[in-house]
Design a protein. Structure first.
Length: 262
């Protein structure tokens, strides 16, 4: 078997599984682990995979900190469909907490309560969107403004949260990793998100399918601490099965459903 043929098989395996152990590849290809490591090094240099702790991963799992304006342009239809599904979870007796992130901006645009609704948020952008609706009582958390996410962070935000209890937290994340948990790119934001989870009876994560297999710099929580994940229809079957195996309710948003309800 040629080197090029091995590379093709390695990438085919990764397309099916997202990640695979060096020892498993050596067994599949009937070569030594040394040969596999050389192959993986070449493929990593070509930008086709990422190596980590004795395994190969299809993409670099580490996500970078992008500005909110840049994020707004990514996965727009998916984020709107996720936001629509999330809005359907709001009930009459709810008081809700909304974290920060562009998926949550779309969620805010989909909220059309038929009853009085109290909303607390760390996001100045979310507060601005919701301010157009007089049926909502909006509580803006205070703190230090984080310009890249148009949201507040810091000890003052956490102190405010300690005085409240809400029924549902709607949380955006930068990464969902089945081993490491849910993450964000900013340590201060991660700490605030943890405090939000402590103030909420139920945590609902809104994340498009590109977030699966990614890690941000700062961990928010383990996946087992999440009650519901809402994502789009492009989620890989293997990822969907792993979410459900953890006992997390998975809601898959359909883009066409949202478009038909505009």
């Amino acid at each position: 078997m040629t080197r090029e043929e091995r590379h093709t098989i390695i990438l085919d395996q990764l397309m099916k599984k997202d990640s695979i152990l060096v020892t498993d590849l050596a067994s599949i290809l009937n070569v030594t682990s040394v040969t596999i490591r050389k192959d993986l090094t070449e493929l990593e240099m070509q930008g086709k995979l990422y190596r980590s702790h004795g395994r190969a991963i299809l993409i670099d799992p580490f996500t970078s900190n992008r500005s909110v304006n840049e994020k707004e342009r990514l996965c727009q239809e998916e984020k709107m469909s996720i936001g629509y599904e999330a809005a359907q979870l709001i009930t009459v007796d709810d008081s809700i907490l909304i974290a920060s992130g562009t998926t949550l901006h779309n969620f805010a645009r989909c909220i059309r309560p038929k009853h009085r609704l109290t909303v607390m948020t760390a996001s100045t952008a979310v507060a601005q969107i919701l301010s157009q609706n007089e049926e909502m009582d909006i509580i803006q958390l205070g703190g230090t403004l984080r310009h890249s996410s148009q949201s507040v962070v810091g000890d003052y935000s956490k102190m405010m949260l300690s005085e409240f209890s809400v029924s549902k937290l709607f949380l955006g994340v930068d990464g969902i990793d089945f081993e490491f948990g849910i993450t964000t790119t900013d340590m201060r934001e991660a700490r605030l998100n943890k405090a939000m989870m402590e103030s909420a009876q139920k945590t609902i994560v809104l994340a498009d399918s590109s977030k699966f297999g990614k890690r941000g710099f700062a961990k928010i929580a383990n996946l087992e601490d999440i009650d519901i994940i809402i994502t789009d229809e492009h989620i890989k079957e293997a990822d969907a099965l792993r979410v459900e195996e953890l006992g997390i309710k998975l809601i898959i948003a359909n883009i066409n459903t949202q478009l038909n309800n505009k």
